[in-house]
Write a protein that binds this ligand. Sequence first.
Ligand SMILES: *Cc1c(COP(=O)(O)O)cnc(C)c1O
Length: 452
Amino acid sequence: MNQFDRLSDVRLWDRHHVWHSFTQMAEYEPFLIERAQGCWLFDSEGRRYLDGVSSMWCNVHGHNHPVINEAIRRQLDKVAHVTSLGMGNSTTATLAYRLVQKSPQKLQHVFFSSDGASAVEVALKLAFQYWRQCDTPQPQRSLFLALGQAYHGDTLGSVSVGGVSRFHAMFAPLLFDVLRGPCPDSFRKPKQYQGTDLTSYYLSSYEKLLIEHGDRVAAIITEPLVQGAAGMVMHPPGFLRGLRDLADRYKTLLIVDEIATGFGRTGTLWACQQESVEPDLLCSGKGLSGGYLPISATLASTEIWNAFLGPYEQSKSFFHGHTFGGNPLAAAAALATLDLFESENTLQQIPQKAAKLAELLAPLRDHPHVGDVRQRGLIAAVELVRDKSTLQPYPWEQRRGVLACQRALREEVWMRPLGNVIILMPPLVIDDAEMEQLVHAAKVGIDAATQA
Ligand SMILES: *Cc1c(COP(=O)(O)O)cnc(C)c1O
């Protein structure tokens, strides 16, 4: 078998045996990435592509980084996996310590899982169980208050709190009831909104729900500042702070899902730090290992932790776990990722990079089919509209976003859209020249996709 036969075999296997995520397999064309370096992906045909979405929002310091690679190798020579059921290892313990040091003060305890959705499930179950075991139990608190258009992962608990109907409606009969507030969108404002303060406008809807149902709410769950899968919806300033205040006023918990926004994306290690918000529970994933290996974390306050302590016979333990939770190889990658934030001054460089990205994107605002260009740190989104004056969207079946990204591929840039929204979310190490290429490809793609 020569090299080319083997390539056609694996393309066939990828086409017929691998069931790809969020992909219509009837039309899937194999696209095999064989190696990567920095912000670049190299495919099996020898072509290269700028990674415009950080391997689905998770890469931080670039691919194939020698420091992360070395950390994984060193751990590999010690032990590849240790269960977290009743035992631990020094790499995972060090990671927990380092995470706690870098997080809001209230958060002192870390439950490790392997993916973001599981970190959310853990937060929901911890909140639920907390109210049954805290000093003055309130077992009627079994509802979650979630945001319109929320996305928290694809397992059934995280889908229950999610609100993206295109993904979630099918599974409605399997989901638990959730209180749902409006999506605090700064671009598509509700018709009733009359130009008063947008933050207060949205928060008042949440307060209404809490006035009515507050004593039954176990927790409010939110993506902080930016709602990723909703299309990089940007919250008005102070909204997160306002949710924290509401949680305090109605004596419930606040869960912040930092799976997409954490690890420097918005300019600070955690997005919630920008509004000086201390959540009771914080979910991290994606960038936690630099985007190298599957690991996620749910950070919890000491108040929550304490509610799970007691004599064995009281069964206050958290009966939940994932086989690979806290895996030391992934923890080693995460520790190296945190080290790199310091040795490479990653956060210090984000304002300048974000400013450059904003400057490059600005001319797109004048495009006849661009309704909005929005950005927070190194998360940017360009929303295509059929009619700029009414902001009428293109019908989703027309796949304008996909068409734009397909065209961008010919400019050596890989992006994955969300409906009509083009996402630009490169690794935080992207340089100026790469950023220019990224935005150029997005423009060429948008022109091609909106021509007819
Ligand atoms: C990606 C994402 C998740 C789910 O993480 P997985 O690792 O894909 O399970 C949850 N919440 C948010 C905000 C995300 O962006």
